[in-house]
Ligand binder design. Sequence first.
Ligand code: HEM
Length: 403
Amino acid sequence: MGLSRRDFLGVAGGVGVGVGVDRLVLPASGGVGAGQRVAFYGAHQAGIVTETQEYVQFGAFDVVSDSLEDLRMLLVRWSAAAALMAQGEPVGSVQTGVAPPVDTGEAVGLPAARLTVTFGLGPSVFGPARFGLEDSRPGPLVDLPSFAGDALVAGLCGGDLGVQVCADDPVVAFHGLHSLTRLASSVAVPRWVLAGFGRTSNSRVQRTPRNLMGFKDGTANVMAQDTEGLSQFVWADRSESPGWMVGGSYMVVRRIKMLLGGWDATGLDAQERTFGRRKLSGAPLGAEREDDPVDLNARVGGLPVIPANAHIRLANPAYNGGQRILRRGYSYVDGVDEPAGSLAGGLLFICYQRDPRVQFVPIQRRLAGSDALDQHTEHVGSAIFACPPGTAPSGFVGARLFD
Ligand code: HEM
């Protein structure tokens, strides 16, 4: 562990000059997510296969300028700032005398906390009469259709740009979104934001955490170590995506409210039959351990052991043309549920995939209206973003879109 002091930072787009603060920076150790710092630069954007951090701050932004150059410069500035913050550095000076501090300062003294920032572009960026990018819209970046039971609230949906900031420290994550919001001003403004905690696991070396319903979440995920699964299901390729998206991924976000009052009053057996897994062990019904295989054919007394409407049956690849998604969601709490008086919590469901047309959309069609979980949840927010590939320090995220 050591202290670093940087007196001057010159970065693309003019972000961050004249830094005069000490910032505790822990040494990086090898491997994605293994150390305290996760490199911002690389072939893929960080924050997708990065072992899920403890906290998220998600922001969807509307671009208020109609200038393509403004959009490009915003991505330049954001990329430079994200790279600094991933190293545990402020985005500018805190000691500015009469002028407002460039960096807001709340993360001073905190480690990088494996901060990652993942940027995405929504379908509206490619709309007519926006930036002239109609011809660059990727086929997989569809407008999500409506699904049975949707209870979407307009203000919690969509966005021209999506920014997923994750970190193992909640203040570091907040500082990330706070800084990017300030850097965006006059070009983009937040449309909806949500803070989350209690991650879904996406790595074999992570213990599987529990969601707000008390069940382990992430057991049968596409795992960070599964390189074959990642190229098959997560990374965009030429076969379905334009050149500027190759090596990127499509992110679908759903704000799913959990009706916790009713769930908490549901018997354990019924809770377990809803998911098709045991609550404490996470094992599939009919099995012993969390990692035991799911036997969808097992029957007892003529009835399926994993009920016909159980969440893990309907979400299983066997029911979805062999398709899978990388889930990277977080729990959230957002006030009090009226009129029941229970906590208004839920899942900020975030998933990454190569083509939502054959992954999220059909899987959600299969679940919506049929999944036993539907009685206990409500989809209130929805968005989709194309997350370009990663970048080298000489470039910025999304650069090839502007070639
Ligand atoms: C509040 C809403 C949701 C909750 C609480 C929830 C919870 C869970 C839990 C506890 C599991 C079993 C453990 C695991 O494998 O992670 C699971 C599995 C899964 N969920 Fe969800 N989920 C929700 C919504 C969704 C949605 C909207 C989708 C996709 C459209 C989805 C797709 C999946 C998939 C693909 C699996 C793995 C199935 C398998 O192969 O066994 N989930 N979910």
